[in-house]
Design a protein around this ligand. Structure first.
Ligand code: URP
Ligand code: ZN
Ligand code: ZN
Length: 460
C-alpha cells in the first residue's frame, strides 16, 4: 500500500513548508516538491496543515480507580483519540500494593491486547517499592520496553509511596536507563484538609478544590526535584496546574536540574470557577483541580519559555452515574475528566489561533517532545523519512463545536459542551493507513500496536 499526500503545509517542531509526502507501507519514504511517485492513493492536502500524529502520554483507559473503572475501554479510548488526531497514547499500569509489577502488567495486557485502534504504550506505576520490585525494574525496561515509572505523592493507602521509596526507585530506574514520573501533590496535607472539610459538613465538589490548594502542589513539586538532585536523576512531573509549582521548577533549573513538566489542556483553558456550579462541578473533579486565571497565564508562558514541554490530557472519564457516587461527599467522586479526543483541536483553537503559541510549538508539545522524552523519537513524533507514517491532515479554518452528542468517547457528558473550535482533523493516518477519513473509521479494532520504547536519553 502506498499513499501520496500532495501540496500540504508540513509543520514540524522546527519547520513549516509546502511539499508532498510519499508513504510506502507503514513509513514515510520521501518528502519533496512535486513528487511523481505512483501511489495506490492520492490525498490532496492543499490548504491543509500536515503534522505528525499527536501522542498523549497521560491517559487512563479502563482503569480500576476509586471503586470503579474509567469508562473508556482500550477500544473506545484509542478510537476517540484517533478522531481527535492522537495516534498514540501512553496509559498507566498500576501495581497493587503487596503484589508484583508483572502481576499488574498481566492484568493491563489482558484488557488492552488486540483491542486498540491506535498505538499505545504503558508507564508502570510503582506503588510499593521493595526488594522484589527493585528486581523487576531492569526487566521492565529491557524486556517489556517500559522505561517510565510513575509514582504518586498522594492517594495514601492505595498508590502513594514515601520519600525513602522514591529516592531508592529513582536510583534504580536511572541505573537501567529509565525515568521516574510523578503525581506531585502533598498527600498528607490534602488528606487532612479533606477530613477537616468533611467534619464541617462541607461536602460539595467545591471542597475538592479547596482541599488541594496551590501550596500542596508547589511543595511536592519542589520536593520531587530535590530528591531527583540527590539521586542524580532526571524526572517528569505529570499534570502540572499552577504558577507555584512551575516557579519551584524554574528555581531548580537555575542549578541545572532537569525536570520535565507536563501540563494538560484543561489547566490551560478552564478554571476553578466551574466548581461553583453545585454538583455539576463534579464534571471537573480531577486531581490536581482546575486553578485560577493567573495559573493559566503562567502555564502558557511556561510553554513558550521551554519550562513546560508537554500538553497531555490525563484523560480519565467517568459516566455521570459514576460521578454520582460522590453526590453526598466530594471525596467519593471518581477523579478525572474526558479530553482524549479534544486536546489537539482545543490547543490549536485556543493556543495557535489566539496567538498564545506558534504552530511549531503546538507540534513540539503534542507530538515531538512526548516522543523524545519517552524514547520513541524519531519513529514517532516527527515527519521525516523512515518515521512511522502517523500523520494528521488538518483544516485550520473549519469551525465546529464540541458536544457529548457527537464525540466518540464513552462518556455521557463533555467538560467542553458547546465550545466553539476553529480547526479540525480531517484525515488521520496511522502507520501508513488512513485510520479516520472525514469522521469515518477506516481501520479495524486491533490495528493499534503496543510500542516498546527504548532507554531514556536526555534529548531536550
Ligand atoms: O483526577 C485524576 N487526575 N484522575 C486520574 C488519576 C491521576 O491522578 O492522574
Ligand atoms: Zn495524577
Ligand atoms: Zn493521571
Amino acid at each position: 500500500m502506498s499513499i501520496l499526500i500532495k501540496n500540504g503545509r508540513i509543520v514540524t517542531a522546527s519547520d513549516d513548508y509546502i511539499a508532498d509526502i510519499y508513504i510506502e507501507g507503514e513509513t514515510i519514504a520521501a518528502i519533496g516538491l512535486n513528487l511523481e511517485h505512483q501511489a495506490d492513493e492520492i490525498i490532496d492536502a492543499t490548504g491543509k496543515i500536515v503534522f505528525p500524529g499527536a501522542i498523549d502520554p497521560h491517559v487512563h483507559l479502563e482503569m480500576p480507580f476509586m471503586g470503579t473503572f474509567s469508562s473508556d475501554t482500550y477500544e473506545t479510548g484509542t478510537l476517540a483519540a484517533l478522531h481527535g488526531g492522537t495516534t498514540m497514547v501512553i496509559d498507566f499500569v498500576l501495581q497493587t500494593q503487596g503484589k508484583s509489577l508483572r502481576h499488574a502488567l498481566d492484568q493491563w495486557q489482558g484488557r488492552s491486547n488486540g483491542n486498540c485502534y491506535g498505538d499505545y504504550s504503558f508507564h508502570m506505576a510503582v506503588t510499593d517499592f521493595n526488594e522484589d520490585t527493585r528486581k523487576e525494574i531492569q526487566q521492565m525496561i529491557e524486556e517489556e520496553g517500559i522505561n517510565s515509572f510513575k509514582t504518586f505523592m498522594a492517594y495514601k493507602g492505595a498508590l502513594m509511596i514515601d520519600d525513602g521509596q522514591m529516592v531508592q526507585l529513582m536510583k534504580e530506574v536511572k541505573k537501567h536507563g529509565g525515568m521516574v514520573t510523578v503525581h506531585a501533590t502533598n498527600g498528607d496535607m490534602i488528606d487532612s484538609l479533606i477530613a477537616k472539610h468533611k467534619s464541617e459538613g462541607k461536602l460539595s465538589p467545591l471542597y475538592h478544590y479547596l482541599s488541594q490548594p496551590e501550596v500542596t502542589e508547589a511543595e511536592a513539586s519542589g520536593r520531587f526535584a530535590d530528591m531527583l538532585e540527590y539521586a542524580g536523576a532526571t524526572g517528569y512531573i505529570v499534570h502540572m496546574t499552577c504558577e507555584g509549582a512551575l516557579n519551584q521548577i524554574r528555581q531548580k533549573t537555575l542549578r541545572n536540574q532537569k525536570v520535565y513538566v507536563e501540563t494538560c489542556i484543561q489547566y490551560l483553558i478552564i478554571d476553578a470557577s466551574l466548581y461553583e456550579k453545585d454538583f455539576e462541578g463534579a464534571k471537573w473533579v480531577m486531581s490536581p483541580p482546575l486553578r485560577e486565571k493567573k495559573d493559566q497565564e503562567a502555564l502558557w508562558a511556561g510553554l513558550n519559555q521551554g519550562l513546560v514541554q508537554v500538553v497531555a490530557t490525563d484523560h480519565c472519564p467517568f459516566m455521570w452515574e459514576q460521578k454520582l457516587m460522590g453526590k453526598d461527599d466530594f471525596s467519593k467522586i471518581p477523579n478525572g475528566h474526558p479530553a482524549i479526543e479534544n486536546r489537539v483541536e482545543l490547543l490549536y483553537s485556543e493556543g495557535v489561533n489566539k496567538g498564545k503559541i506558534s504552530v511549531n510549538k503546538f507540534v513540539e508539545v503534542l507530538c515531538t517532545n512526548p516522543a523524545k522524552i519517552f524514547g520513541m523519537y524519531p519513529k514517532k513524533g516527527c515527519i521525516a523519512i523512515g518515521s512511522d507514517a502517523d500523520i494528521v491532515i488538518f483544516d485550520p479554518n473549519e469551525k465546529h463545536s464540541i458536544s457529548a452528542k457527537t464525540h466518540h468517547m464513552n462518556v455521557d457528558y463533555s467538560g467542553y459542551e458547546g465550545w466553539e473550535c476553529t480547526g479540525k482533523c480531517k484525515q488521520v493516518l496511522l502507520r501508513g493507513k488512513v485510520a479516520i477519513d472525514n469522521g469515518e473509521v477506516q481501520i479495524e479494532k486491533g490495528y493499534g500496536q503496543f510500542v516498546k520504547r527504548g532507554k531514556v536519553k536526555e534529548v531536550i
